[in-house]
Design a protein around this ligand. Sequence first.
Ligand code: SF4
Length: 291
Amino acid sequence: MTPRHELLAWVRAARGAVRWHIESGEAELAVPAGFVMPPLGRAPAPATAPGSPGPRPTAVGDVRPRPPGSDGPGPRGAPPATHGPAPHGLPPDERREALTALTAHIGHCTRCPLSATRGAIVHAAGPVTARLAVIATAPSVDDEAVAQPFRGPAGALLERMLTAMGLSRDDVYLCTVVLCRPPEEREPTHNEVAACVPFLKQRLGLVRPEVIVAFGELPMRALMPQSGSILKARGRWLDWEGIPVMPTWGPTSLLQDPEKKRPAWDDLKKVMTRLGLTGPRAEGGAPGKNP
Ligand code: SF4
C-alpha cells in the first residue's frame, strides 16, 4: 500500500469511527493519544529484526503486513483479526476448500419456499481465519442486488461500528441465517430457518471464530433455541459449540431505532475486550496496548 493509500484508508477509518461514536452517544471524541499522522511519501519501514518488538502500531488504520496464512488487513494495536489453524486443527486452505465445497453443495437451492421469490442466493463472506463473525437474519434488497451480505445503509452502519472497534469488514466473517431474501422483508418462517441454518452452522464450524455476534433474536435463537428473548439476553455472553456469542441489536434494527445504538455499542465493547481490541479510541492506555 502506498503512503497515499495508507493516508486515505486512515481518513476513511477515522471518519467512520467518529461518526459511529457520535451516533452511539459516546461522550468523548478524540484522536487517540499518541497517534501520529503518517507523512505522505514516507519511506517503507525497515524490516523488523528477529526478537525486536516490531513496528509501533498506529491507533487507526494500521496497515501492518499480516502474518502468513491470514487474510486481509488486521486491526490496529491488537492481535491480528485473523488467526492460523482453527482449534479443530484444519489449516486455512483446507477450510477454504470445505467452504467452497459447501457453496457448491448449496447450489441452486430449492430446499425451502424462499427459492421461489429470491433474486439471488447471498452466501456468507469474509476470511476463513476471521476472529469475529457477525450474523444477521436475512439478506436485504441491497445485499441481494450484489449477492453480498451487509450492503446498503445497514452495511455502511456496520462498517462504522467495526471501524470504531478497530476492524474493517474485510476482517470479519459476515453471515445471514437464511441465504435468500424473504419477500417484503418479512421474517423467515420456522421452516425456512430450519432448512437453511445447517449451512450457517457448517460455515461457522469451519471458520470457528473466537467470537460470534448475533444481531437480533432470530440469529441468536437459530444457533441457541433455548436462549429466550433478545430483550433479556442482549449484552450477555452465550455459548455455541464452545464459541462465545454476544447477542445485540444489529445495524438494521439500529437504523429503525437509533436509541438502541448506545446499548449496542456497550455490547460491542465487551466483544472488543474479549478480542483484545482497543479500537481507535483506547481508554486508559497507549494506542495499541490493551488497557
Ligand atoms: S433460504 Fe436457504 S434453504 Fe431456503 S432456498 Fe435459500 S439457500 Fe435454500
